[in-house]
Design a protein around this ligand. Structure first.
Ligand SMILES: [Ca+2]
Ligand SMILES: [Ca+2]
Length: 251
């Protein structure tokens, strides 16, 4: 255990040192503080996320109706690079309650949500065949316990969303595997590339970029937008894990 503590301590010092050498600033479009950190020895990579905390009383959160729900998000990302509610102005879906409520998931709305900047750290899982595999794994994903609206009498602060806006350089063979609950929407080049909609227990999906490159309009050896959206909508599990060969970078 003491070795572990030493290792973590060194990591923190390294993070601080590298952070000073990277660009930072606030995007005019996203509330995200765009600071990416890559360890000099490539042991880890840190990327920014915006978490928005909601109360359990929001109609789309802690909904009594649960289940996979694949009709929430349109194929093309919106002009402000947020997901577009597929049912339109009047429609609803199994686990959502209309456009007005859904549009609050990934936009700041006073009194409805509280945006909190965080960062997540991917660990280098090893290299081979020209790839490095990056992994983030957390089967108790509660990044804002005690923050925002607080835990609302739960053991953790549930009911929040996450968004991140990054870029990546597409290398042939790139994959992205997600494992978690609840919703996940990944847009690549503005097109919905992975959809894990609804309120559900853990689901795992793998995206093989080569097999959908044409659909997404992407070609190897070019850089593309990577816009990822997640929602934790129901107690008591919160899993957020991914593994990827994609070299994710800040905008
Ligand atoms: Ca909450
Ligand atoms: Ca959950």
């Amino acid at each position: 255990m003491s070795n572990l503590k030493v290792a973590v301590g060194s990591l923190l010092v390294l993070t601080a040192a590298v952070a000073q050498a990277t660009d930072s600033g606030t995007s005019p479009v996203f509330e995200q503080e765009c600071t990416c950190v890559v360890a000099e020895d490539e042991a880890f990579r840190t990327f920014p996320v915006v978490i928005r905390d909601f109360r359990s009383s929001h109609p789309d959160f802690e909904n009594p109706i649960m289940g996979e729900d694949h009709n929430i998000v349109a194929t093309d990302i919106g002009p402000d690079r947020r997901p577009v509610y597929a049912p339109g102005e009047e429609g609803t879906t199994l686990t959502t309650n209309g456009k007005e409520y859904f549009d609050q998931w990934y936009r700041n709305v006073e009194g409805v949500n509280i945006a909190i900047n965080k960062s997540l750290t991917m660990v280098n899982e090893g290299s081979g065949a020209g790839y490095t595999r990056w992994k983030y794994t957390n089967n108790s994903f509660f990044p804002i316990d005690g923050e925002g609206f607080g835990n609302e009498h739960n053991y953790h602060n549930y009911h929040f969303t996450l968004e991140t806006h990054l870029r990546f350089f597409y290398a042939p063979g790139d994959t992205f595997t997600f494992r978690g609950d609840d919703d996940l929407y990944l847009f690549i080049n503005g097109k919905l590339a992975m959809e894990v909609g609804g309120i559900h227990s853990v689901i795992e999906k793998t995206l093989d970029l080569d097999s959908v490159a044409e659909e997404l309009g992407i070609e190897p050896y070019h850089s593309y937008d990577f816009d990822l959206f997640f929602a934790e909508r129901h107690t008591v599990q919160s899993n957020f894990q991914f593994e990827t060969t994609m070299e994710l970078e800040c905008l």
